[in-house]
Design a binder for this molecule. Sequence first.
Ligand SMILES: [Zn+2]
Length: 115
Amino acid sequence: MSTNKRAVPGRDDLAEIKLRRRRENLLFTHTRVAALAAEFRSHGLSDDALELYLLQLQVEQVIADEFPDEFEDLVAEWAETEARAEHHPASSSPTCGLCVAIAHDHAARTWPRAA
Ligand SMILES: [Zn+2]
């Protein structure tokens, strides 16, 4: 009999793994949607920003329903992260995906430079 057998996860282990993956996916989705909503607000793209914000609220509600302790721990941090993600429309932010895309587009249009 071999002692090197890999442990086969039990039903409880699989349920825990699925729950952990769901939690991680929800938190990742929240992070991305909240960041996009802040970026769109920063660029005055109100309609898309509102749609993203409503999606963000839906994701937050699912997290609150399914992982209430985690929600309580994270909700204040989310608000701070959201506020930091926004920038003035006349300025550019290196962490804003729209600013980065605009800068790349501008660089592509102006390169090569005329001598
Ligand atoms: Zn930006």
